[in-house]
Design a protein around this ligand. Structure first.
Ligand SMILES: [Zn+2]
Length: 305
């Protein structure tokens, strides 16, 4: 069985991405697993600090190991760890990789914290993702009102001084379902500078949900109220994967939309229904569809196991 490092290198060489897909319960994880299994795609299954406390450490590990037993090409990752302690806990629990997000700290402090996590995690062969620059939006306990694009020169210094395995960069993606007010663009000029200074280094995009209109419309049609929800256009993500060194694409919002759309639909259409399997089941199927679409059209990770 190849490890996560193998798939990161493979993604870099073959220009595909590993979907880093967040889960919060059994149904969402099964939905992700089914999509990956159907299309023979490797992927990263992520839990945020919030999801870890929602499910509890033991349930996260049990769900993940049940999942890997059925389909082993899934790697458990801590999304947006904010402290050395939570990263250490994830490493000790047996995660494949952890993210230490020191992006809100001053540069030198971010380096210090990230290096501390790397020194610990690498002893146990666990990979570490760092973040430099700030990504807008709100996701669980991670929020930022403003955006600082990643400085390419600082990125090189950061990677060299910390020893991170992958780096999350800020080039215009954002967390949540409301990603743009104006023009939908990504700063490919900054990405190119980073790649010229840090050649062949695996980069990560957070906040990369596409917020597909049909899901938003379905939610609104069945009693929801999501106005001005807008995501990253598919074409920009395709370009980032096909022509650049983006090897990990984080997706959470789109799965939340998929689950919510189906739950709302079933409960509205069948008000007599009260068996949770009857609405969570369709939610799980919708998640599978959404993830399959991403594997085929954004991650390009079909048949890459
Ligand atoms: Zn993120």
């Amino acid at each position: 069985m190849n490890n996560l490092r193998y798939y990161i290198n493979k993604a870099l060489n073959e220009h595909f991405a590993l979907g880093a897909i967040n889960f919060n319960n059994m149904e969402s994880l099964q939905g992700i697993k089914n999509a990956c299994k159907n299309l023979s795609s490797p992927a990263i299954i992520s839990v945020s600090e919030g999801a870890l406390s929602y499910m509890g450490d033991d349930f996260v590990m049990a769900l993940s190991s049940a999942c890997k037993k059925e389909y082993p090409y899934l790697f458990l990752h801590l999304d947006h760890g904010k402290s050395f302690e939570v990263c250490k806990k994830a490493v000790d629990l047996g995660f494949d990789s952890v993210m230490i997000d020191g992006s809100a700290l001053p540069f030198e402090e971010n380096i210090k914290l990230t290096k501390q996590v790397c020194d610990y995690a690498h002893q146990k062969d666990v990979l570490v993702e760092g973040e430099l620059g700030q990504i807008k939006g709100i996701e669980d306990n991670v929020s930022s009102d403003f955006e600082h694009f990643t400085n390419p020169q600082s990125a090189k210094e950061f990677v060299e001084k910390t020893g991170v395995d992958t780096l999350a960069i800020a080039i215009g993606t954002s967390h949540g379902a409301y990603k743009y007010k104006g023009e939908q663009t990504l700063r490919f000029d900054i990405l190119e500078k980073i790649e010229s200074i840090l050649p062949n280094f695996p980069l990560v995009l957070h906040g990369a949900s596409t917020v597909d209109e049909y899901l938003v419309n379905q939610i609104n049609q069945f009693g929801g109220n999501l106005t001005h929800a807008i995501g990253i256009p598919k074409a920009l993500l395709q370009k980032a994967v096909k022509e650049h060194n983006i090897i990990k694409i984080n997706t959470d919002t789109d799965l939340r939309l998929a689950m919510t759309a189906q739950v709302r639909k079933v409960l509205e259409e069948k008000p007599e229904e009260f068996d949770p399997r009857k609405y969570l089941g369709p939610g799980r199927e919708e998640i599978t569809k959404v993830v399959e679409d991403k594997i085929l059209n954004i991650f390009f990770s079909k048949d890459k196991i």
